[in-house]
Design a protein around this ligand. Structure first.
Ligand SMILES: [Zn+2]
Length: 80
């Protein structure tokens, strides 16, 4: 199984929007740094809170951040 990915397995950010540089071909440059996932936990809600805060910190509109945070649950990493 080696399907080319176009979005992060963890947060669903399209790689085209990744500010990079990307270390992993599965995860974006924000989720995966220095050879490891930044958030190692398995708590989707906590991960979503972190992503939301990071997006707000980057100046995203709160409604946009809320939408992107919502769709994280559909990322392969969080499928059960
Ligand atoms: Zn990501």
């Amino acid at each position: 199984m080696n399907t080319p990915r176009t979005a992060c397995d963890s947060c669903l950010m399209p790689f085209a929007k990744d500010p990079g540089p990307r270390e992993s071909d599965r995860y974006c440059s924000l989720c995966f740094q220095n050879g490891a996932l930044c958030y190692q936990g398995t708590d989707l809600k906590e991960f979503q809170r972190r992503c939301y805060r990071a997006m707000i910190g980057k100046g995203r509109h709160p409604l946009v951040a809320t939408l992107y945070t919502f769709i994280i649950r559909f990322a392969p990493r969080w499928k059960t």
